[in-house]
Design a protein around this ligand. Structure first.
Ligand code: DGL
Length: 272
């Protein structure tokens, strides 16, 4: 495997861009190939079998680009298909759960950590199990927030939007009452709602961004494996989706702060 090969990153839709944003900042010399499964989003309400099948197809597509590492920038895939991918993939792999949990146990001061994610993630208790393995003394409060995914996919993310504020309050109230001082944004879509969540929880509550933490961890894995690109010139990421690119282009452009028009290619994921 050559260090000049790309890093493959995938998610069910826009969420994995929270990892891409950090990759572009941290490792500008790395080529990123991103796949967002916009034709089949959301993954969160689906069964383990379906999510595993989708994850295999998503990674098969990325492998056709000869990627040197695969990052499941998706809490749902990491939670229910992570072990399978780790075993089956021919290249280094990371999901989001371990790096994010590691940061959260270091950040909490009162030992009360909230975890928000999709239904599949929360039902798997992936973060909770990892957190309690890292520190058996922490108390973990989990909350599934499926509507957050729809808000993000539809670009309803502004902190002043009435709908966003209502949904945030509805999902976050119990965590707030429980006095958590740290919240894991355990679905990679959720950092796009970070400002609205922070407004509600208050500035004293630390939000841990699963996409951001995972990009940092992936950089470490690449360095340790001697796989960082030696050619230091900046590379442009390439984006692929499984439905029409338009909606993706506009929200992704907003989030990444770049003009994405005509930069996203549609593929047929069912072929993989
Ligand atoms: N971004 C995803 C996650 O991190 C999946 C959202 C969904 O498709 O339900 O869990």
């Amino acid at each position: 495997m050559s260090s000049s090969n790309a890093i493959g990153v995938f998610d069910s839709g826009l969420g994995g861009l929270s990892a891409v944003k950090e990759f572009l900042h941290l490792l500008p010399a790395e080529k990123i190939i991103y796949f967002g499964d916009t034709g089949r989003v959301p993954y969160g309400p689906r069964s383990r079998e379906i999510i595993q099948r989708y994850a295999m197809q998503d990674t098969s597509f990325l492998l056709t680009h000869h990627v040197k590492m695969i990052v499941a920038a998706c809490g749902t895939v990491s939670s229910v298909a992570g072990a399978m991918l780790e075993e089956k993939l021919p290249v280094p792999y990371t999901g989001v759960v371990n790096p994010t949990a590691y940061t959260a146990v270091r950040k909490t001061k009162n030992g009360k950590i909230g975890v928000i994610g999709t239904a599949a993630t929360v039902n798997s208790h992936s973060y909770k199990l990892r957190l309690q393995k890292l520190n058996p003394g922490v108390q973990v409060f989990e909350q599934a927030c499926p509507l957050f995914v729809s808000l993000v996919e539809n670009g309803i993310i502004h902190r002043d939007d009435q709908i966003t504020r209502l949904v945030v309050r509805r999902y976050m109230a119990e965590l707030k009452d429980n006095g958590v001082d740290t919240v894991i944004l355990g679905c990679t879509h959720f950092p796009l709602l970070r400002e609205a969540i922070s407004d509600y929880m208050g500035a004293d509550v630390t939000l841990v961004d699963s996409g951001y933490e995972t990009a940092g961890y992936a950089a470490k894995v690449l360095r340790e494996n001697g796989l960082l690109n030696e050619d230091a010139s900046p590379k442009q990421p390439e984006f692929f989706v499984s439905d029409t690119p338009e909606g993706f282009e506009s929200v992704a452009g907003l989030f990444l702060g770049r003009d994405m028009e005509h930069t996203v290619t549609q593929i047929d994921i069912e072929q993989f």
